[in-house]
Write a protein that binds this ligand. Structure first.
Ligand code: NAP
Length: 516
């Protein structure tokens, strides 16, 4: 990038700086963008390593990421609480087996306070661009609160942060209330209203039962019926709660048991899909028992192998669909008008509010347009050409001194993402330490290493249920490759990322100071 552009970036930063951030580009050795589970966890580790030379830029006004943003009614985690937490900060206070959003957000806030990393954060600070400056071997970063530079840039923006708004004719002309599930409008009162929910994914199946009893009518627009499994959610009973609070070994035991049980699903998901038939039988029995109306049962019976799309868990969704004031609409949306939704069969249904529960930009995040690498190409341009490819989900060729939390092929559908996050924290924190130890100036993952890694990944994914299960899902990119999921046991990921493998990287070192 040219010096002129750099100057402009610094000047723009200074001009926008109304909140006390330094007037010229502020420098930190490491800049982490995003403070959800992943960015916050890495910040804590860097602090534990005794580093003070890092900053966290967070576009929201608090830590928490997706758990701060997803405040829709019924929001809760699909992974049991004991496993859905940092291993270094087990929570003695969980009130139930599957936590709800407010409790998880309180936990994350508490961890940030306990480890004293909030003062390393700059909140309300959205990254708007980042370019690699080869001459100075540093990243130049533009934000809504001025310009920054960093020797090492870590993207911890998360995969489920940019709401995906459906491209439906007339959607912008709708005159009623309309909002995305991840941007819930808490000023809106849906009581007694005619409401439409578009989508039947993980968010929608929690929203529908939460609002169905209070709305006048609820139309659930379903494009693909999901598979549902029972949700073993319950409040901890008194003595159990007491024991979990006071006996750390019991917490660890619960956690290990849940981890091991969940890990067995990898066999069916990634290695031998016919094994998923056992889970499918459970889901079919649930569907049969909970949906008694044959017509509704026909509508909500999935037409693909369980596991191909994310398996959902709920005990309330099917009963909610069976309510008299709820309708499942499967005819496909033709257009949205000022006060109604018209389906492809020509039927028009009037609505007062539309809840858009259509997921997120995962393989096409807008953030990718804003990051330019060594050859000036943006991540979006690189991914457009070859798909989301990276190395160990943590680095990408052409992006020196940049690391990714939850990068390509780190996602999971069966267990806790916090486990993957902690594996990446090990790897990236070790990389940062190696900069000092080896006097590194730049590291960039070698293309041959990255290519080999991806050939092996795609080989493993070929036979997995996500590829063979007969569904379309956001796991696959436009090239038809699964660039979102880890296709193996998670403990293999953990061992692969135990240490930073500098030999997989092209490196340059800092010039050695000459003795005078
Ligand atoms: P999602 O799983 O991507 O579901 C989006 C839904 O919207 C799908 O039913 C999809 O149909 C439908 N859809 C998308 N575009 C549409 C269009 N143009 N017209 C009609 N329907 C459309 O999104 P999500 O429910 O927000 O969940 C995203 C991810 O967040 C989950 O997979 C999970 O990883 C995470 N999550 C977790 C929890 C939890 O732990 N409880 C809760 C919420 C979210 P198709 O299936 O046909 O594409």
């Amino acid at each position: 990038m040219s010096r002129k552009v750099t100057d402009k970036a610094v000047r723009n930063g200074a001009a926008r700086d109304a909140d006390g951030v330094a007037r010229e580009a502020k420098h930190a050795h490491v800049i982490i963008v995003g403070s959800g589970f992943s960015g916050l966890g890495l910040a804590i580790r860097l602090s534990q390593q005794g580093r003070a030379d890092y900053l966290v830029l967070e576009r929201g006004n608090d830590v928490g990421g997706t758990w701060r943003d997803n405040t829709y009614p019924g929001a809760a985690c699909d992974v049991p609480s004991q496993l859905y937490s940092y291993s270094f900060a087990l929570n003695p206070e969980w009130s139930r087996s599957f936590s709800k959003q407010p409790e998880i957000q309180r936990y994350i806030q508490g961890v940030a306070d306990k480890y004293g990393v909030r003062d390393k954060h700059i909140f309300n600070c959205e990254m708007t661009g980042a370019q690699w400056n080869a001459a100075d071997a540093r990243w130049e970063i533009q934000t809504s609160r001025g310009a920054f530079t960093a020797d090492i840039l870590v993207s911890a923006v998360g995969a489920l942060c940019e709401p995906n708004l459906p491209d439906i004719k007339g959607i912008n002309d709708f005159q009623g209330e309309i909002f995305h599930s991840a941007r819930w409008d808490h000023d809106s009162d849906l009581t007694g209203k005619r409401v439409a929910v578009i989508g039947t994914g993980a968010s929608a199946i929690q929203i529908v039962p939460a609002i169905a009893p209070k709305v006048a009518r609820l139309d659930v627009y379903q494009r693909t019926a999901p598979w549902l499994l029972p949700r073993g959610d319950r409040e901890y009973f008194g003595p159990e709660k007491f024991a979990l609070k006071h006996i750390p070994a019991l917490r660890a035991l619960y956690r290990a048991g849940i981890y091991a049980a969940r890990e067995t699903q990898v066999v069916g998901l990634a290695k031998f899909p016919p094994a998923m038939l056992a889970l499918e039988a459970v889901a079919r029995a649930k569907l049969f028992a909970e949906v008694r109306d044959p017509e509704l049962r026909r509508k909500v019976t999935p037409n693909f192998r369980i596991g191909c799309k994310r398996m959902l868990i709920s005990n309330e969704y099917y009963p909610a669909l069976s309510r008299d004031n709820v309708d499942v609409v499967t005819d496909g949306i033709k257009e949205i008008r000022a006060n109604s939704i018209v389906t492809k069969d020509g039927e028009e249904r009037e609505v007062d509010a539309i809840i858009v529960a259509t997921g997120f930009h995962v393989t096409d995040s807008p953030v990718y347009d804003t990051v330019s690498g060594r050859d000036g190409r943006t991540l979006a341009e690189v991914f457009d050409a070859i798909g989301q490819q990276g190395y160990k989900g943590s680095s990408i060729h052409n992006y020196p001194n940049m690391f990714f939390m939850l990068g390509p092929n780190v996602g999971l559908g069966h267990t806790s993402m916090v486990f993957m996050i902690e594996s990446q924290i090990n790897y990236i924190a070790d990389a940062v330490a190696q900069f000092d130890k080896l006097g590194l100036r730049t590291v960039e993952v070698r293309k041959d290493v990255q290519d080999e890694f991806n050939v092996e990944l795609q080989r493993k994914l070929e036979g997995a249920v996500w590829s063979t299960g007969g569904c379309a899902s956001w796991y696959l990119d436009k090239h038809g490759n699964n660039t979102t999921l880890w296709p193996d046991f998670t403990f293999r990921f953990r061992s692969l990322l135990e240490n930073f493998d500098v030999s997989a990287y092209d490196t340059t070192t800092e010039p050695v100071a000459q003795a005078v």
